[in-house]
Write a protein that binds this ligand. Structure first.
Ligand code: XIL
Length: 346
């Protein structure tokens, strides 16, 4: 039985792929990916720092492997991501003499990046996360070098550039916490602006980095309805349900692996996951998928952020050195009972 086949009448089922998983020794991973998923997103390897680490030096070795794998298995391939304030090298925003780049210089660099990257994979990458995480939690535009240098219409500009290079590609805005009403309103403003300027946008990607208690599923459903009402498809992207506490105010990236007290508090399941917690976790996934099935006409895709617990970024976010259990496969690449439960649910 296969997850993607079970959900094929409803929406694509995707996963994020890393360069490590594409290595020749990772046959088992690749077989599982091909069996259960019909869509792929590059977890890191299409980000600016990997595609164009220094000016004018494009490196497509990893991305080419991903594109070939997706083509071989006829998968819906998502390019992630073009414009983001993270994992973008500093040189992009620097002008000569160490000052910030001028608008003209930055625009030229963005154009060249898009022409080279989107142009190379025209017709083979089916949809692009054109702009990632441009909003603050209150729905206003985030203060980033992109916005400071290019001005508030940097989003429309970027969508228009990608559309010019690949007119058939689907174009997405992707962000987290879009279930929050204020942030959702910010997305609706972006959609409205693009539609007024007749710049295409096809779908909203709601990053679903969820926990056991948050968000409320009703809030997720409300946001799906709101985006669909403005004529767009909706996708749950970057789905995983963490079983760990999400303490606010942690310095992102802090490493607690050597810190005994914090391990007790913040890494409670380092020696294994209690059955009761696993059951609550599984039930939360099943409740979420019941909602998604009910809303399937509005959904184009649901993408898990990785294959197995061992390689999930959640072991290192929002702090490093924890043991999380957020995905469909365990650290030995064994399918959890959730997998067959999800197949049955469909
Ligand atoms: C994460 C990757 O999973 C990690 O491997 C990497 O170290 C940092 O980025 N929002 C996004 C994704 O849009 O690109 C991020 O992916 C997770 C948050």
């Amino acid at each position: 039985a296969s997850l993607q086949q079970a959900y094929q009448p409803f929406f694509h089922i995707g996963t994020a792929v890393s360069l490590a998983q594409l290595q020749p020794s990772k046959n088992h991973e690749r077989d599982l990916i091909a069996q259960h998923f019909n869509s792929l997103t590059a977890e890191n390897l299409m980000k600016w720092e990997n595609i164009q680490p220094t000016e004018g030096n494009f490196d497509f070795r990893a991305a080419d492997k991903l594109v070939a794998f997706a083509e071989q298995h006829r998968m819906w391939l998502v390019g992630h991501t073009i414009l983001w304030h993270e994992q973008t090298p500093d040189w992009v925003f620097q002008g000569p003499d160490g000052k910030p780049a001028s608008k003209q210089l930055l625009l030229g660099r963005l154009k060249k990046h898009i022409q080279t990257l989107v142009g190379r994979y025209q017709g083979r990458v089916h949809g692009w996360d054109v702009v990632n995480e441009a909003l603050n939690e209150d729905g206003s535009l985030r203060d980033t070098p992109w916005r400071r240098i290019l001005g508030d219409d940097f989003i429309a500009t970027t969508f228009a550039l990608v559309h010019q290079v690949d007119p058939k590609a689907k174009l997405y805005y992707n962000d987290y916490n879009l279930y929050k009403p204020e942030k959702r309103a910010g997305v609706l403003r972006i959609i409205q602006q693009l539609q007024q300027q007749q710049v295409p946008i096809h779908a909203i990607g709601e990053q679903a980095h969820y926990g056991l208690d948050s968000p409320k599923l009703q809030e997720v459903e409300d946001s799906i309805n709101a985006f669909a009402a403005s004529g767009l498809d909706v996708m749950l992207t970057e789905l995983e349900i963490s079983v760990l506490p999400f303490p606010p105010g942690m310095t992102p990236g802090a490493d607690i692996s050597q810190h005994q007290e914090l391990q007790q508090q913040l890494n409670p399941y380092r020696n294994g996951l209690p059955k009761a917690v696993e059951q609550a976790w599984q039930q939360r996934y099943l409740d979420l998928f019941s909602l998604l099935l009910r809303q399937q006409q509005k959904l184009q895709r649901v993408t898990f952020w990785g294959l197995d617990d061992g390689q999930s970024w959640r072991n290192n976010f929002p702090m490093r050195g924890r043991t999380d259990y957020p995905l469909l496969f365990d650290r030995k690449l064994q399918a959890k009972p959730l997998l067959s439960a999800l197949i049955k649910l469909a």
